[in-house]
Design a protein around this ligand. Structure first.
Ligand code: NAD
Length: 288
């Protein structure tokens, strides 16, 4: 029997790569339901599947902020079960906190936090009844440590950690494994899709010069990190595969070890060490 996988946020990035990899598995192990909010964006996924067998892939509409669309997608699963649920959809929000509108902050929390939780909710009863299943969530190092100018994004990803940890404890008793795949920077459309306050944005006129100066430095840091250290989606997909293929998957997987020492500071040195270390990493770049 094929493993039935449902993935959210498959129109680009990590979700798209994972869907393609699982659907084109040489052993045809998986039946993949690749879901996306906007079906008019399915061309890229179809293009990536060209020349590969297509009977292992179905594309469904699913907006993780819309409960009915989640239930409709669930009802269209022919096998009437899923073995692996991948909560991957997410968006970023970047800029000085004082310029963020309540609506944009709400949107980030709705997609990243409630979107993940709602999706899990919809599939949980069936998975429990099966006494079997995997829930994989695309996590972020921004869910483990704070990042300046990403307060609401980090809050949403921290919250996802809390929800997953809580579920993992309970779901052990149902033979359901929860795993977070913690990513650092990855080359995807994430930076294009995120809601970012651009330096020329009129909303920044109300922001003090010290904040603006630091924001500029942060953006510079961000660009250089993405240029020098970003992973490709294939690297992330390998980690997902490790988790999927492991008979007893770990709760957390780290896709790269570069961020780990900073994260550890939080636990081993609960004073200001982490705060000053991160500040140095981000803001100590030379003025250009
Ligand atoms: P991406 O922007 O290419 O992919 C995100 C996908 O989520 C998009 O296809 C988008 O359409 C979809 N999406 C947004 N709102 C949705 C909604 N309401 N319903 C359904 N789908 C929705 O970027 P990505 O890097 O592939 O992001 C995937 C996940 O990885 C996100 O959760 C993100 O937070 C996480 N992540 C990314 C990075 C990175 O640097 N790229 C780092 C850490 C974590």
């Amino acid at each position: 029997d094929k493993k039935v996988v449902l993935i959210t946020g498959c129109s680009s990035g990590i979700g798209l790569s994972l869907a393609v990899r699982l659907a084109s598995d040489p052993d045809k192990t998986f039946k993949v339901y690749a879901t996306m909010r906007n079906l008019s964006k399915k061309e890229r996924l179809l293009e990536s599947m060209k020349g590969l067998h297509r009977d292992t892939l179905d594309i469904l509409q699913m907006d993780v902020t819309d409960r009915q669309s989640i239930l409709d997608a669930r009802d269209r699963i022919v096998e009437k079960r899923i073995n692996i649920l991948v909560c991957n959809a997410g968006v970023g929000l970047m800029g000085p906190l004082e310029v963020q509108s309540l609506n944009s902050m709400r949107h980030i929390l709705e997609v990243n936090l409630l979107g993940t939780i709602q999706t899990i909710q919809a599939f949980l009863p069936k998975m429990k009844a099966q006494s079997q299943g995997r829930i994989l969530v695309t996590g972020s190092t921004g869910g483990l440590h704070g990042l300046p100018f990403n307060e609401v994004y980090c809050a949403s990803k921290f919250a996802v950690e809390g929800a997953c940890e809580s579920l993992a404890i309970l779901l052990q008793h149902f033979n359901i494994h929860v795993s977070l795949i913690e990513c650092g920077p990855v080359n995807t459309d994430f930076l294009v899709n995120l809601q970012k306050t651009e330096l020329g944005d009129t909303s920044l006129q109300q922001v003090d010069t010290q904040t603006l100066r630091l924001y500029e430095k942060y953006l510079q840091h961000c660009r250089s990190v993405f240029q020098n250290a970003a992973q490709d989606t294939e690297d992330i997909v390998k980690v997902f595969l490790d988790a999927i293929q492991s008979p007893s998957p770990a709760f957390r997987y780290f896709t790269s070890t570069t961020g780990a020492p900073v994260t550890q500071l939080k636990v081993t040195e609960p004073d200001e060490s982490y705060i000053s270390a991160m500040s140095k990493i981000i803001f100590s770049t030379e003025e250009q």
